[in-house]
Design a protein around this ligand. Sequence first.
Ligand code: G1P
Length: 277
Amino acid sequence: MNATIKKCLFPAAGYGTRFLPATKSMPKEMMPIVNKPLIEYGVDEAIAAGIDGMCIVTGRGKHSLSDHFDSNYELEHQISGTAKEDMLIDIRNIIDTAKFTFIRQREMKGLGHAILTGKELVGDEPFAVVLADDLCINPDEGVLAQMVALYKQFRCSIVAVEEVPADETHKYGVIAGEMIKDDLFRVDDMVEKPEPGTAPSNMAIIGRYILTPDIFDILETQEPGKGGEIQITDALLKQAKSGCVLAYKFKGRRFDCGSVPGFIEATNYCYEKFYKG
Ligand code: G1P
């Protein structure tokens, strides 16, 4: 199988109800951490991992996502030759470096269904998945770059995990597995949002995945699971049982920007670290 990861899928069709009313007409992925939308942090992380194909699964009312990764001639003409032009350097570099493709998810049937919707854009090759509301920061080497390096070595699906307090495991997919080397586990169990007190460990999946393309075949026939939705966690458990799935305790910090406290924490962190000085 291909050893390089060239595409990254961004499921971005969700409603972002935890941020209403801000997300009533604005995609949650466009919520800015300081002056940059969440999805752009994810795209930066993918580019830093050597990926140049950005495949975005959008939904109704999400036009601003495709507009953001396109030229805006009126605006650019207006600020041309002024100091403000510098503020567009980063996004222009992204647009010049990466190729964006979009597909719309017509029904919200869960993360597994969103990923399956992206099949047309990804094709038959291994790919990364970024859930933009998990903002991951590691100055030396981004989380996706760490996972792409592992993929080159092991050539199987990999999920990023983080230890969370026992009373928070019900918010995540949770894995159990055998440690094969520092920070790396071979998954033998995986449960989507376990009931309190029933989690197989405290290692929670966060929004970074590398998936081999056979996941699409599994998702095609995946029955709805937790919450009546098609869960990527359930499909990955099947892959783990018939082959191999790894869980990687990544280096870096993760902010849950899908929650108000995590969003504020990320804002303060990025302001101090990248903006202020
Ligand atoms: C999704 C996944 C879950 C994972 C989480 C990470 O859940 O289904 O397994 O732990 O993302 O953010 P969601 O947060 O979309 O409900």
